[in-house]
Design a protein around this ligand. Sequence first.
Ligand code: SF4
Ligand code: MSK
Length: 653
Amino acid sequence: MAEKKKPDAILTVCDATQVMLNAAREQGVETIFDRAAKMKPCPIGAEGICCKNCAMGPCRVTPPKGDEPAKTGLCGATAETIAARNFARMVAAGSAAHSDHARGVAEVFLAAAKGEIPGYGVKDVQKLLQLAMDFGLDSENMELSDIAVEVGKRCVAQFGQQEGELVFAKRAPLKRQELWRKLNLMPRGIDREVVELMHRTHMGVDQDYKNLTAQAARAALADGWGGSMISTELQDIMFGTPVPITGTINLGVLKEDEVNIIVHGHDPLMSEMVVVACQDPEMIKLAQSKGAKGLNLTGMCCTASEILVRHGIPVAGNFLQQELAIVTGVVDAMVIDVQCEMQALHRVSQCYHTQLITTSPKAKIYGAKHIEFNEHDPINTAKQIVREAIEAYPRRKSKAVIPDIRQDMVVGFSHETITYLLGGKFRASYRPLNDNIIGGRIRGIAGVVGCNNARVGHDEGNLQLIKELIKNDVLVLTTGCSAMACGKAGLLVPEAAAKYCGAGLAEVCETVGIPPVLHMGSCVDNSRILMAATAVVKEGGLGDDISDLPVAGAAPEWMSEKALAIGHYFVASGVYTIFGVTFPTSGSKIYQDYLFNELENEWGGKWDFALDPLEMARKMIEHIDKKRKALGIDKARDRVLFDMAMRRELDAV
Ligand code: SF4
Ligand code: MSK
């Protein structure tokens, strides 16, 4: 089940990417698209049945041929144990990535609350007070700054907590919490669950694939309802909870006559300050003194989403466009923080004048310039970065190739905003959404998230899947690079409803004035989707657990370990979750059967796989319809569809 892209398959469905890919090839610059064609993935590794957890291996336990006995590793580890261990280690790494990002945010939040950092403050007081309540803080007679300090301390403590339950896990529907307690899945502390998972996947420890999958769930839940949720909440408090805002996306946002700075990665702490620095008259004057018309700040990957949803800063592109942005010849600085930054950026930047700048002590690239983000003097670090970009501007040496392709979009749909939009100012609630689901105008909700993957057509899977879902009246919530694919394709504007949706969803979107695909933020903001699902349960009328809802999750172009962690916390939260490209346990039939079938009986959610996005859509809709039937609301939908069909027939007469 490894990648199956044919040699003549489409490399990208994004026109701007295609233009730049042609330019890169003309200029002899190698990119990930070329490397993907030259180097095939190892099929045994891709199927999860190669173990290198000790120096007696790697042991490759390929399926037996004919009557051969099943192969095991030297230690006797079976294919299902090896597949489960590999899967679990990917989940551990993904959970660690989100959660270590969150730790950094929590530490800065606490230091800022103590008044140790100029530049950061409390923008969302309401959310701060909500967190104080979550942590059981009696804040009635406390100063706001003291509440922030106390909330900061308690968030930081979630990482090292050894016993008890993570505080945000108690936001989940009660029935889900009870299930987690019963199955021993309730996360105790963020670091603890990841460390324990790494221990249990070490040679000769946990060799029961079900037990490993359960601990992987505890680590993943510590991410979704822990690390990622802490990131989202504290970032919202410091920088503002997103509300709908317009933005522009694709490589056409770069400007030939301005200093172009791209911030890339995931962590908004530094990029928020770069936003401020770029508005500084002193910096703008400096740029003009070098012959530029001004400063053009844009973003890439999830750092882009963070500053897009809060400031409307333009987005240059998603994961597979990072090298190609530099090929335009006009990127004066690419500034990276953590995660999803390819080492190849250094080699590509050397073909141009682009200054590649790393900023995190946790994420250096050999050869790149390192300007460490000083969290106690963030604005001056940001100004230093902007100065580097300005200094690079006169060194431009190649002809500018900027595709004249960009697309407007509406983004910033936090789950709080959805409440307000659907319910209105005076009766903000999820009631109208629930009613529309019950009544059948909205068939269900899908979370479509995740990456690009160079093994399949860039943006192709995300777009095919999402268009098919909205055509079938499924409202889509999206984050990460998938959200950016939607933005580029014009799905994040209200007008998309009339063009792409089924009659029911189109009617709802047109009434409320929202796009049929709601951009909810970056990768850590998948926690917003958990909260939205919980809000739907709590609103009533659609069961009493997330697993009762007509919802499904997907990552059709996933590539990162973080995506697997996200998928696993959705499954453990009761969501049917389907991935594309490849599935990392496909070499063990026993283990894959467990994840794809048996798990649903235990957790209410399960994993699935489909290479073809239309097949993926079919499976998701089938699951949504199954849940509608169980809720007894399938008839309502039949009636609505019948009415619409009748109306069309009448129109045709
Ligand atoms: Fe081989 Fe077992 Fe060592 Fe893995 S842990 S490499 S299966 S001997
Ligand atoms: S950036 S994790 S490629 S979504 Fe979050 Fe995109 Fe996936 Fe990175």
